[in-house]
Design a protein around this ligand. Structure first.
Ligand code: ADP
Ligand code: MG
Length: 343
């Protein structure tokens, strides 16, 4: 679905290339973390997948297309299949939530009826139903990122690229965004996410491609951000898939932040989601159930932190079917668009 063949990207003559000799292949439906220090080439990778720029040498194949030979006029059609979100949200500040999400569809010439149908579905999916008329500045950071995600997926792309999507958000808010990306992936969208968020990478146990100085130094099927051998880890049941992993991730993250917060103060310290932050609202699915349970006894210094998940139940909301028709190339919008799900 995405393949890099010996890709090098040089920005300036004489300076170190942004990527050198990068080879990898991502299959349909995968969730892949791109990790590595700042300047290691993560964003460069994502930009090449989006065909925002071409490799200096090597080839990039996405959805069966060789992006190095795709005509410029075809690029907008190609990009309909690839949604993207960024650390800084990139919303249109003078447009409402609804208009921001609708805009993506409108520029592709979608009918009014189609817009009226898809935008509410996307907003529902990201948990923003009822906030259609707000302007971006009337939303918290987490809500703004949800708008950006709704915008990225509203036309049901096969691939979602996320460049440090939680980089501007507090930990409690980031959990909700991470759950949302896991849910989108669970519905079949391939997700590639560049991140510095070690805890998510460690707990999701998904594929990790690590870059350093523009080269791949690690490509692990079920990896962590770094050395995870010292981390307590609960293995989710395999059969239950991404939703249970996402739910477990949320629980572990909440418990961990509570444990850390509680350590220097009293045992009853509020969890991160309980107040204070820019966007202190935990995802609705965890807010009521997980937070009260998540205040453990204060661990003694020499005691390992034990995570309890037994009594905590998280409801995973229903999600409308996303993009089956599109992924099968059956959508009515596929007329002038020759990019099919060929790989
Ligand atoms: P990351 O996202 O991992 O922080 P980037 O892909 O942004 O890394 O950058 C990789 C390298 O390429 C860095 O050395 C960076 O300075 C360089 N680079 C990235 N974008 C540009 C650009 N537009 N012009 C010049 N150099 C760039
Ligand atoms: Mg970057």
């Amino acid at each position: 679905m995405i393949r890099f063949e010996n890709v090098t990207k040089s920005y300036r003559r004489g300076s170190r290339p942004g990527l050198s000799g990068v080879d990898f292949e991502i299959e349909r439906g995968e969730f892949v973390f791109l990790v590595g220090p700042s300047g290691s080439g993560k964003s460069t990778c994502l930009r090449l997948i989006l065909r925002e720029g071409l490799p200096s040498t090597g080839k990039v194949f996405v959805l069966g297309r060789d992006l190095t030979s795709i005509a410029n006029r075809k690029v907008p059609y190609f990009r309909r299949h690839v949604g993207s979100v960024f650390q800084d949200f990139r919303l249109l500040q003078n447009k409402t939530v609804f208009q921001n999400v609708a805009f993506t569809l409108q520029v592709t010439g979608a009918s009014r009826g189609y817009v009226q149908q898809l935008v509410p579905q996307a907003l529902e999916l990201v948990g923003l139903a009822g906030k259609e008329k707000r302007l971006p500045h009337e939303l918290s950071g987490g809500e703004q990122q949800r708008v950006a995600i709704a915008r990225a997926i509203v036309n049901r792309p096969q691939i979602l690229l996320a460049d440090e999507p939680t980089g501007n958000l507090d930990p409690a808010t980031s959990i909700g965004i991470m759950q949302l990306l896991a849910r989108i992936n669970n519905n079949g969208t391939t997700v590639v996410m560049a991140t510095h968020e070690a805890s998510f990478v460690d707990q999701m146990q998904r594929r990790v491609i690590e870059l350093a100085d523009g080269r791949i130094v690690r490509d692990e099927r079920h990896g962590g951000y770094g050395d995870t051998s010292g981390l307590p880890m609960l293995q989710p049941e395999k059969q239950r898939g991404a939703e249970s992993i996402a739910a477990l991730t949320a629980v572990l993250e909440l418990q961990k932040s509570v444990a850390v917060d509680a350590a220097p103060v009293s045992a009853g310290a509020a969890p991160q989601g309980g107040g204070g932050g820019v966007d202190a609202v935990a995802p609705a699915s965890t807010r009521d159930t997980a937070a009260p349970e998540a205040a453990p006894e204060q661990p003694a210094d020499d005691e390992p932190i034990v995570y309890r998940t037994g009594p905590i139940e998280i409801e995973i909301p229903e999600m409308p079917e996303v993009g089956v028709a599109d992924r099968l190339g059956l959508s009515e919008r596929a007329d002038d668009d020759q990019i099919g799900p060929t790989s």
